[in-house]
Ligand binder design. Structure first.
Ligand code: COS
Length: 407
């Protein structure tokens, strides 16, 4: 039971979203056993595969792809992504189980470029299997020297008579090692240097690479504080047919940015879900915990902490669903998406930290929900564009709009 206000009454949503959220709540409460506890690699890989399969069978993974990509889907009149549904699903899954949220999120991000710019053949080949939970997707953009600075990526795609040969390394690739295919971003030309000395975003292209393609291997598995499948990919003379290229040659940077514009809102929603769970745990704990002869909840300092936590969550939730609603109305909304991602992830870190503080020693004890949340939230302030990158996006957009107004 969550203490979240009935935000589904907000005008951002329609009846379809309300019905979706209440069906998912029932499913999640009965099928997800609590925040994931598996910590060793084999069980995490297995749990993740099972979750993708379950999310597919239950009909939730189909929201990771545009409705018109799934044959027979009851698309509620929508053709593209339903970003509000994506956000609602991530908020709910994150509140129940971080690994379920991860499994859902990566199906969307990993196949997002196919959804946005894939040829009809690529869409038909991959998207129905992603939606059914039968194929696991991964987004291979980052490199050790190109995380925030995507334009600096060095992995190459060299033209061959019938396609490309990929050469290089990709790292921090979620689902690395369990994915059935990877959307890989690589250079078809350049890097050219801009007048200010930074790398030009031109000359990057995107490809779908099946995991079984010769030349693609996992060179290293990566362990993090929030265990999930994560790896470094090696690409050595990895031959990819021309038909596996996504969009036009050289358009890869924009394809990556457009994909992130869709899915960053859902990162914000997941952060809201984690924070809401922390608040719920803190409320239960402070009602039951006695100290100095009374309940923790009766202290004004506790009430102030709870008030600030709840207000932060609601403010972030408003920004999140505003961004999702703008996207669903067909607007680019890059600035609003960045505001939501930055605010929600930073807020969630603070809210969860407050919850840990209210739990005292129990808060840092392995096995406690708030301890797990404390580790799970950290990466959200980094992946899909760190907070600093979101500030850059917002600041640049403000300056561009102000300059346009002056013209
Ligand atoms: N949608 C469509 N096009 C976009 C876009 C978007 N959201 N954002 C930028 N572009 C376009 C720009 O309009 C520009 O086009 P032109 O060359 O035609 O003018 C081009 O892409 C280059 O944009 P920009 O100059 O802003 O690129 P920068 O190299 O300065 O990078 C940031 C900008 C930092 C915002 C970008 O690299 C970024 O988002 N980095 C974070 C990446 C990330 O999320 N990494 C995590 C990986 S996934 S876990």
């Amino acid at each position: 039971m969550t203490s979240a206000p009935n935000f589904l009454d907000w005008p951002f949503f329609d009846d379809g979203h309300r019905e979706l959220a209440s069906r998912l709540e029932v499913w999640a409460a009965s099928r997800l056993t609590g925040l994931a506890t598996a910590e060793d690699r084999e069980s995490i890989d297995g749990a993740c595969r099972q979750l993708v399969c379950d999310l597919g069978r239950a009909g939730w993974a189909r929201y990771c792809v545009p409705a018109d990509a799934v044959r027979g889907a009851a698309d509620r009149g929508r053709a593209g992504f339903d970003v509000r549904a994506l956000a609602l699903i991530r908020e709910t899954l994150a509140r129940h189980d971080a690994l379920a949220d991860f499994a859902f999120a990566m199906q969307g991000l990993g196949s997002g470029a196919i959804s946005l710019v894939g040829s009809p053949e690529l869409k038909a080949r991959y998207l129905p299997r992603v939606a059914a939970g039968e194929a696991i997707a991964a987004f291979a953009l980052s490199e050790s020297e190109a995380g925030s600075d995507v334009a600096a990526l060095r992995c190459r795609a060299i033209r061959t008579p019938d396609g490309y040969a990929l050469e290089g390394e990709k790292t921090w690739i979620s689902n690395g090692g369990i994915a059935d295919f990877y959307c890989v971003f690589a250079r078809t030309s350049g890097p050219d240097v801009r007048p200010d000395g930074s790398a030009s975003a031109d000359g990057i292209s995107a490809f779908v690479v099946d995991a079984a393609t010769p030349g693609l291997s996992i060179s290293r598995r990566i362990d993090t504080i929030s265990p999930h499948p994560l790896a470094t990919l090696a690409l050595r003379d990895c031959r990819v047919p021309l038909a596996q290229r996504l969009g036009a040659e050289g358009e890869g940077f924009k394809i990556a940015m457009q994909t992130l514009d869709v899915f960053r809102t859902s990162v914000a929603a997941a952060a809201v879900g984690f924070a809401q769970r922390a608040l719920d745990e803190a409320l239960t704990h402070s009602a039951g915990r006695a100290l100095f002869g009374k309940a923790l909840a009766s202290f004004q300092l506790t009430q102030a902490a709870l008030a600030e936590m709840a207000t932060g969550i609601d403010a972030a939730r408003l920004l999140t669903y505003r961004a999702a609603w703008l996207r669903d109305r067909g607007q680019r909304a890059t600035r609003e998406v960045a505001m939501a991602k930055m605010t929600a992830t930073e807020m969630a870190q603070q809210v969860i930290d407050r919850a840990v503080q209210l739990f005292g020693g129990r808060g840092v004890t392995r096995g406690e929900v708030v301890e797990r949340l404390y580790r799970d939230i950290r990466a959200l302030r980094i992946y899909e564009g760190a907070t600093e990158v979101q500030k850059l996006i917002i600041g640049r957009d403000l300056i561009r709009c102000a300059a346009e107004r002056r013209r």
